[in-house]
Design a protein around this ligand. Structure first.
Ligand SMILES: C[S@@+](CC[C@H](N)C(=O)[O-])C[C@H]1O[C@@H](n2cnc3c(N)ncnc32)[C@H](O)[C@@H]1O
Length: 249
């Protein structure tokens, strides 16, 4: 009788969570250059100024920047605090930011590849959490998961400041209608390429794969539900808004 064939080594199975992480991560990798340009626009520079001012940074603070991208907030916060953890889901963004830190000899920032919904930080390990234009890429359920995580990693009394698109996609929301009409008008004025982009964006939204901005009321409720105090959310003159809250602990 011939010997039994050796057992096959078990196939390495990537869990659904990891698969999702890599899909989301790779989706962003091609956008480093676009993001760098966006981060240099007057709108984003103004937003950065407002977010940093609201964060009331102290030299002893440890800060976390969620969805750090090419470092808009991280690079502004680093000279004002003890340490910044710059977290982003995209490895390409992380590598790019690392290169900037080396170039500029900035030594108090750690760049971490990770997800907003599963922060790789210890409980109560930061005084400030910052984020700009990341949360509208998360579903509402994931936004709430991320807020719970922010509460977990913040020290009692610590601050959260989020800049993001703040309106609801849909006809029921007046601000949403105005923002979409403004965006559609801008695209249409660009001619055929603008029409294509408009259609693509429309299809992405309809298929549920688009962005998921939330309105001011949603943010207020979600922050209070997550246990934050002193919640203040306000819209800006474009589609954006800023949410501020203090962690109750
Ligand atoms: C529009 S960019 C903003 C980047 C930067 N905060 C800025 O203001 O220039 C959004 C960033 O969020 C990151 N991102 C998207 N989904 C994420 C998630 N679930 N967890 C962590 N980062 C995420 C993207 O890789 C991207 O760098």
């Amino acid at each position: 009788m011939s010997p039994a064939p050796p057992a096959c080594p078990p196939r390495t199975r990537t869990s659904d969570r990891h698969r999702l992480f890599w899909r989301r991560s790779k989706g962003w990798d091609a956008h480093v250059r676009d993001l760098e340009q966006l981060a240099d626009t007057p709108g984003f520079l103004r937003l950065r100024q407002e977010i940093i001012a609201l964060a009331r940074l102290n030299p002893d603070d440890r800060a976390l920047d969620i969805g750090a991208g090419t470092g808009l907030l991280t690079l502004a916060a680093a000279p004002q605090v003890r340490h910044v953890c710059a977290l982003d889901i995209s490895l390409a963004m992380c590598r790019h930011l690392e290169a900037t830190l080396v170039r500029d000899a900035i030594t108090n920032v750690d760049v971490v590849a990770g997800e907003a919904t599963d922060l790789p930080l210890a409980d109560g390990s930061v005084e400030v959490v910052l984020s700009n234009y990341c949360f509208h890429h998360l579903s509402d359920a994931d936004k709430r998961r991320a807020l719970n995580e922010v509460g977990r990693v913040l020290r009692p009394g610590g601050y959260l400041v989020i800049g993001d698109m703040m309106f609801r996609v849909g006809i029921a929301d007046a601000r949403g209608r105005a923002v979409i009409a403004h965006f559609a008008g801008k695209m249409l004025r660009r001619g055929p390429m603008g029409v294509v982009r408009l259609l693509k964006n429309g299809l992405r939204v309809l298929s549920g794969r688009g962005e998921h901005p939330a309105g001011v009321d949603w943010w207020r409720r979600a922050l209070e539900d997550a246990g934050f105090a002193e919640v203040a959310v306000r819209t800006l003159d474009h589609e954006g808004g800023i949410a501020f809250a203090r962690w109750n602990g």
